[in-house]
Design a binder for this molecule. Structure first.
Ligand code: HSE
Length: 416
């Protein structure tokens, strides 16, 4: 019998307990041993919880119990979760988590600690919810040189953007719906400002390029400035607007970015809707491989956590090798030195004059038709691909000119 403790009885933690109970016989068969939840640690009261008898507020009931060999950390954040994870690993307990913030912040240290203590620190559920992606990157695609990852890694923002596009809801109305459905983090800032997707692309990139990518070095822009007008233009361009997290390896340099992007309808990410996530991995041997599924929610995320538990039980006496190296030097390319195309909307006083200025500032651009007569004062266009710093300079040169009133929107165009 393998005893498990669950730290944090929130959405994911309670899902883990539910899945282990519901599928106990098939899980035991696959793992080669019986698995049971012995304790659930949470400081809150859960009077009506189905697992009431397992709940404790005393951490010693977990850490002082030698019969508990696997700890599931579903507390979230990088404070108490960090302390508990270190404590568990030092005591020789395996740790499984869905906590992307902790992995992205302290992953190198926690993996080292796990190795030193002969146990595992596994985090399949930290990226892509129920989608298997960490293990495929780390193991199944290990023969490849991976040179790029492009993904929709946040279910909440994808849900919001889908609602804006499909139902014509504005941003705040769509956010409310995401919160009511339990997709958004307690503080939705992490979702809508792109921080959640940033941590996830940092984790994936670290594994893919075998080099720790610090999320603090990743350019990150959220979806709060995307409007229904942008959505209408995207429709005209036969495209969708998505929050895209991407990274590329060029030589020994890495570039990563999180930002909204115009995604053409023929791109595989364009049709990924609602709370679904998708990740396209580019490898030199495999070409493109896409992983798709539910990126958020109780049971999909619990499914990935429980799969890690099963993996540990199957290989109970082995610890996994290190999944990334840590380099001291900054390996990240600055956003300004990377190339992209911009979709730009200008409010004009004189559309014809503005068009001349735009062509002078950007060289050749592709004009985008206004969605309807309500946009008669706007000039919208897609620039050619250029360094971000050049595009920003060109845009800056238009501001304050007589014919351009204001910049109404700038969105990158995805062309990978
Ligand atoms: N808030 C996250 C999302 C949960 O919406 O994707 C899963 O990490």
């Amino acid at each position: 019998m393998i005893n498990v403790a669950v730290l944090g009885y929130g959405v994911v933690g309670s899902g883990v307990v539910e899945v282990i109970k519901k599928n106990c016989s098939s899980i035991s068969r696959r793992a080669g041993d019986d698995i049971a939840v012995k304790k659930i640690l949470d400081i809150r009261d859960f009077d009506d919880a189905p697992d009431k008898e397992l709940l404790t507020k005393n951490a010693e009931d977990v850490f002082g119990d030698e019969s508990i060999s696997i700890v599931v950390e579903t507390i979230g954040g990088a404070r108490i979760a960090y302390e508990f994870t270190k404590r568990a690993l030092k005591l020789g307990k395996h740790v499984v988590t869905s906590n992307k913030e902790l992995v992205a912040t302290h992953g190198p240290e926690l993996l080292r600690l796990a190795r030193e203590n002969g146990v595992n620190y596994l985090f399949e559920a930290s990226v892509g919810g129920g989608i298997p992606i960490i293990r495929p990157l780390n193991q199944c695609l290990a023969a490849n040189e991976i040179h790029g990852i492009t993904g929709i890694l946040n279910g909440t923002t994808n849900y919001i953007l889908t609602q804006m596009k499909r139902e014509g809801k504005d941003f705040s109305e769509a956010l409310k719906g995401a919160q009511q459905n339990g997709y958004a983090e307690a503080d939705p800032t992490a979702d809508i400002e792109g921080h959640d997707a940033c941590r996830k692309i940092a984790i994936l990139s670290s594994i893919a390029y075998n080099e720790f990518v610090d999320y603090n070095n990743i350019y990150t822009e959220g979806i709060t400035r995307i409007t229904l007008a942008d959505m209408q233009y995207a429709e005209v361009m036969d495209s969708a607007i998505k929050l895209v997290a991407m990274s590329e390896k060029k030589g020994d340099r890495i570039f990563a970015r999180v930002s909204p992007a115009i995604v053409g309808k023929d791109h595989p990410l364009a049709t990924v809707e609602d709370v679904f996530n998708a990740i396209v991995v580019k490898g030199d041997a495999i070409g493109d491989a896409m992983f798709y599924g539910r990126g958020a929610g109780k049971l999909p995320t619990a499914s990935a956590v429980v799969a890690d538990i099963i993996d540990i039980v199957k290989h109970i006496d082995n610890s996994v090798p290190n999944v990334w190296n840590v380099r001291e030097t900054n390996n990240m390319v600055d956003i300004n030195d990377t190339e992209t195309g911009y979709f730009i909307r200008l409010k004009t006083r004189n559309r014809e004059e503005a068009e001349k200025l735009v062509n002078r500032a950007f060289g050749r651009v592709t004009l985008v038709n206004p969605p309807n007569s309500g946009f008669a004062d706007e000039l919208a266009f897609i620039t050619g691909k250029d360094k971000e710093k050049q595009l920003k300079l060109a845009l800056e040169s238009l501001k304050g000119t007589g014919s351009v009133r204001e910049v109404a929107g700038v969105i990158r165009v995805l062309d990978e």
